[in-house]
Design a protein around this ligand. Sequence first.
Ligand SMILES: [Fe+2]
Length: 305
Amino acid sequence: MAVLADWTDETRAAFRKEIVRARHTLHTSPLFSDEAIERLIEIHPREHADFATMDETGSRTSWKTGNPGDLTGAELVRAVKNGRLWINLRNLFEIHGEYRAMLDQMFAELRDANPGFHPVRILGGLLVSSPQAKVPFHMDRTDTMLWHIRGKKRVFVYPHHDEVATDAEREEVLLHEFNDELANRPEAENHARIFDLEEGEMICWPLHTPHRVENMGTLNISLATEYTTPEARLVNNAMYFNGVMRRRFGWWPGQIAHCEGLDLKARFAAGMVMRKLGISVPVETPHEGGYRFEVDPDAPLGVRA
Ligand SMILES: [Fe+2]
């Protein structure tokens, strides 16, 4: 069965240039049945899995990583249903051949449907999250697509606008390896577009689009895929160059959105050289390793200290 269910000429024209919402068929695949999800959570190598909780605001600083111990897949799903947890099975496609075959089909269909689309380094994870879980206001460093499979999710998407996030703030995410959160500004909400995703819907947007997510009172299962393209590498390296010049040398680089052609290519090349030479800015991102709670399906929020 085809994965893309309604990719139209309008979708093709908008893909990667605007917000795109489209239908898919992944939620009907046996790979995402309740039993399959429980089994996957149980067998996925723990070093490639995150078990996290957050406070009611969802802010990144409130996120903590927990220890699933030797709970079974069914017990972990019960903890997610009853708690405020978020499981990410990273590198899903590298580890499980049947999911890799599905991903290969998804991206073969996307390439066929969108001439000129040449994604490389396609990665992804399975997200299993609680009815009240939230993902904070942030920006991804690569192009991402969210394939929703179960439950209801509200996705807030924001345009590129200085009232949402300035170039300097977006550079900050590229310069720091761990923290992708953007500062919340009340005026950003005036620009928000809100999408209530149902099972069988996919949403994606242009590179570096700020967004946040709230689950709508149901257990949520989604697939997150990310990929790189030559265009994204060009912009990321040019922004890296701008970011270093702004912070280390007090230079005002001008807006990245107005930067194109040879100027963009020169900045890309300079950014590549800076990275190779290790020229960057001091990074102070707090990154606490280790487990900070035990997952417990019978504890409030699924969390035991
Ligand atoms: Fe994201």
